[in-house]
Design a protein around this ligand. Structure first.
Ligand SMILES: Cc1cc2nc3c(=O)[nH]c(=O)nc-3n(C[C@H](O)[C@H](O)[C@H](O)COP(=O)(O)O)c2cc1C
Length: 316
């Protein structure tokens, strides 16, 4: 029997309060907010509140911030403390243009000195209050793989935990994660390391654990439209077996997802956002392309609900 903490990865545009709560229902241990701009947090806190707020049942819950200026990042961390998160995570892995052109996200892997200054500045705020983690990649491109030196520098700068998604910035999401990097970094660190990248089910979770000896596993895309992945992994690690989801459970979970979303977002926003969330639930099912198209034209949650019920009516 193996027990290991499972994290839901921060996924901008997906891991909002509704989806996080749903994953909690299915046994995830740790939750993280979507990334929040430190500049935004300082300039207009009200605008970022929706990204930060969480339900008590989501604990342990962390807020992820991104930015490039140590003083601004420390100010953002200070301001976050009033929300009482259980940890703060610094994003040093985002490869998106509008983030890296500001010297934030994975651009920090090319500027270790500034990355270190950021960790020290944020740590001066969180020290003795809540843990600080850093999430990063293997390096900028295949010629500048620096995760090992970078991870050790983050540890020395004061990070309490690290998370490695072992792809380069240039790779974005192409190719496969190089889990060997997780294994090598794990052996060198004295703080815990979360392994992330391409865990798509119970079997790959066990394989990551065996190949890397990581302290926790973080799952992102594998949970989209499949929040039950967390309980399946737990069952598999404990008893070498897990239950496949029935079509009824899939339908009930998708409907619950929308119901949770309606609890804290306006219906027009929910209708728009459920378009991308729901396509993950129905992916691969016969007739899913037509259903996706139908849902894309729905203007109310009730309409979406009706189409989902009709779609799943047969064969449940
Ligand atoms: C749509 C999308 C949004 C993401 N948003 C974030 C984010 O806000 N912060 C972050 O650190 N990583 C973000 N990531 C990266 C994931 O957290 C994760 O590191 C990556 O998807 C690899 O894990 P996976 O194979 O389990 O998905 C995002 C990835 C995707 C696909």
């Amino acid at each position: 029997m193996v027990k290991i903490p499972l994290y839901l990865a921060p996924l901008a545009g997906y891991t909002d309060r509704a989806f996080r709560n749903l994953c909690k229902d299915w046994g995830v241990d740790y939750l993280v907010s979507e990334m929040v701009s430190a500049d935004g947090l300082i300039r207009d806190k009200a605008k970022t509140v929706d990204f930060i707020c969480f339900d008590e049942r989501e604990r342990p819950y962390g807020v992820q911030i991104f930015g490039s200026d140590p003083a601004t990042m420390a100010g953002a961390a200070e301001s976050l403390l009033s929300f009482k998160p259980d940890f703060i995570d610094i994003n040093m892995g985002c490869p998106v243009k509008k983030v890296i052109k500001r010297g934030a996200g994975s651009a920090l892997m090319q500027n270790p000195e500034n990355a270190s200054a950021i960790v020290k500045a944020v740590k001066s705020v969180t020290n003795g209050i809540i843990p600080l983690s850093v999430k990063f990649r293997s390096g900028w491109d295949s010629k500048s793989i620096n995760y090992l030196e970078f991870g050790l520098l983050m540890q020395d700068s004061g990070a309490d935990q690290l998370c490695l998604h072992p792809r380069t910035t240039k790779q974005m999401f192409s190719g496969l994660s190089n889990w060997e990097h997780i294994s090598i970094l794990k052996q060198a660190l004295s703080i815990p390391l979360i392994g992330n990248g391409d865990v798509s089910g119970p079997e790959s979770a066990l394989r990551m654990l065996q190949e890397t000896a990581c302290d926790a596993i973080m799952i992102g895309r594998g949970a989209l439209g499949r929040p039950w992945i967390f309980s399946q992994i737990k069952d598999y690690l404990q008893s070498a077996a897990y239950k496949l989801i029935t079509k009824r459970e899939l339908l009930e979970t998708a409907l619950k997802h929308m119901a949770y979303a309606l609890e804290n977002k306006r219906e027009d926003i929910v209708v728009r956002e459920m378009r991308s969330q729901l396509c993950h639930y129905i992916k691969g099912l016969p007739g899913s392309a037509e259903l996706r198209n139908t849902i894309n034209h729905c203007t109310s949650a009730e309409e979406i609900r009706g189409h989902l019920l009709a779609f799943f009516a047969e064969g449940i």
